[in-house]
Design a protein around this ligand. Structure first.
Ligand SMILES: Cc1cc2nc3c(=O)[nH]c(=O)nc-3n(C[C@H](O)[C@H](O)[C@H](O)COP(=O)(O)O)c2cc1C
Length: 140
């Protein structure tokens, strides 16, 4: 699978790295990339895609929006997907990513998305092992 993210201060990157570790522990091959380094073809070549982005001003971080435009025509229909991100108080970016995965890419999205509160990340990150198992089960 591939985990694509954009992060300004590193909190969403930390989630991406922890998710990669958890998924790897389930025996799944995983690559982690920033949106600006990732092309539509990179998503088409893998069996599952997680997309993460930080929330700023009730919106998705602009670099991740550019990534979503870049992958507009990617053929991802039916592919397992997960949205995630770090947030402070509203977390709009994660819902924006998940909506795009559902409505534009027509992916098989795992719900709920992984929303990690930046001020108390530990409790939200506690679910990551269980989430990784659900992803691995979809790929069996
Ligand atoms: C200027 C600014 C605006 C922000 N706006 C929001 C917001 O609208 N909603 C929210 O949930 N968090 C907001 N945050 C909090 C960030 O989402 C939080 O710090 C997050 O951990 C940043 O992720 P990153 O380290 O991956 O960039 C804002 C933070 C800053 C500095």
């Amino acid at each position: 699978m591939i985990i694509v993210f954009e992060s300004r201060t590193g909190n969403t990157k930390t989630i991406a790295d922890k998710l990669a570790e958890a998924v790897q522990a389930q025996g799944v091959d995983v690559e982690v990339k920033r949106g600006r380094e990732c092309e539509a073809a990179d998503l088409e070549q893998v069996d599952a895609v997680a997309m993460g982005g930080a929330t700023y001003h009730h919106d998705l971080i602009p670099s991740m929006k550019e990534f979503l435009f870049k992958t507009e025509k990617a053929d991802l229909e039916g592919k397992p997907g997960l949205a995630f991100g770090s947030f402070g108080w509203s977390g709009d970016a994660i819902d924006i990513i998940q909506d795009t995965m559902i409505h534009l890419h027509k992916m098989d999205v795992i719900k709920p998305p992984l929303k990690v509160n930046a001020w108390k990340p530990e409790s939200d990150l506690a679910e990551i092992g269980e989430l990784a198992k659900r992803i691995a089960d979809k790929l069996k």
